[in-house]
Write a protein of this length. Sequence first.
Lengths: 66, 459
Amino acid sequence: MDATDRAEDFIPAGLAALGIEADETDLAVMGAAHGMFWPPIRDLLSFDTVDIEPERQPDLSKAPES
Amino acid sequence: MSALDLPLREQAAAIAAGDADPGQLLDETLARIEQRNPAINAVVETFPERSREMLAAAPDGPLRGVPVVIKDEWPLPWRAQRFGAAELPAPTAPGESGPYKALRDAGATIVGVANMHELGAGSTGNVSYYGPARNPWNTERCPGGSSSGPAAAVAARLVAGAVGADGLGSVRFPAAYCGLTGLKPTFDRSAMAGHHMAAETTAIVSGPLCADAADCRLLGSVLCGEELSAGEVAGLRIGVVRDTVSEDVAPEVREACDAAVEALHAETGGEVRDVSLPDLERATLAAILVVNAEGLGGITPERLNNLHPEISPIARGFMKYRMLLPAAAILQSARIRTLMRRRLAALFEGIDVLAWPTVPAVAPPLEAPLVELPSGTLTADQANVRGAALANLTGIPSISMPVGLSSDEMPIALQLGAAWGRDELLLDAAEALERANGRRWVEALPPLARTETKAAEAR
């Protein structure tokens, strides 16, 4: 199943759940975005970050506290 | 030569010394906007009376009487920002934004609002409610985005300085495409108040776009509310990012950037060494997800169902798609942010600056913003964000500077990044590179400015 196939399920279901209306142009744009972003999002979600201790309220103007 | 053709700092010095009349400079600026702007659509609104009022009330600050433009991303007391769109999904109103107050208190004269890519959502500037801005180097090419108008305005010498914003490279891309120097300051260092995302963003900063680093230092100091002091840069330790992403660039861009790094090395001494930044692609995605999630603040399904009909189809569809991003991916992005911040902190213990091309290819055509890279054809947005997003994700400062022209006479740019708070070092390094290049690239003028400036000199 490729990203486009997923878009046919994912996008209408998501829009319906949120009550967002979309015409054919919207769906075409969303399908293209999904094809571009979904594979790397899946990669990101499967990336093991269990050993990364998140910064608590990081101050992005400074280096992280070690 | 008109004072208008002087660098920002020299305009300020000439006015302070009584050698230039700021009223005359304002009139010349407005006349030049009228003359040159139709070809590039950089400035979308002027307000001569407001500008004259600012000038009349200007305090004796570092930019007294100097004309500048500001991106359509902050409110002014007489105008709400439109963010390059027919309508902003978030409510806006006129007001005294942080950048406005910084410019006003420095004595600057805001002469116009500059164009931008619609809703800040593109690196090319080819989509805007006002129509696309055009690149003064070739008006059929993209000027870069989202700060398209600020860059085109400075490149065409409508003004010598412009205020842009950078959330995923939006100062650095147009600086690169238009042959300018653009600084993305350390997060939270420059004025942001009044931006409709100021309370939510962890990535966007205001930043200067100017012809060279000294002008960026001056305008950047005003935006940061503190002196970005000049220093000697000796023994600079340069880390060149060697990564599949950073290496996937057009050959002439790679060649010019390698030559620039060598020139910087020769000028400053120190060392050059290759460094790796694993997971750069994941970091890029994390930055995109964070910025897009933060941009959803205040947006409801009802608002999305009632968008202004003149919002572009791409912006409309993408806004709706953003609502479907999984929360788990946003949380995962926060962990990637931590990971990359720690890796960068470790890296900056051994080097002073990171170097890689700002954009992997020169400005593409407005009609089809695609770039040819060794890996194939990509949209400019896909290609550009890979080299820029890390600074926004982690908060570090970054600067883009011109380092050459392509075979088709379009600017090529190098990017340097430094540790948090070392914005001054980036400006020092950029000035060192300018010296090494004999200021060749920062003084190069695009055809639009070149022809008329030479004609004026001849007269």
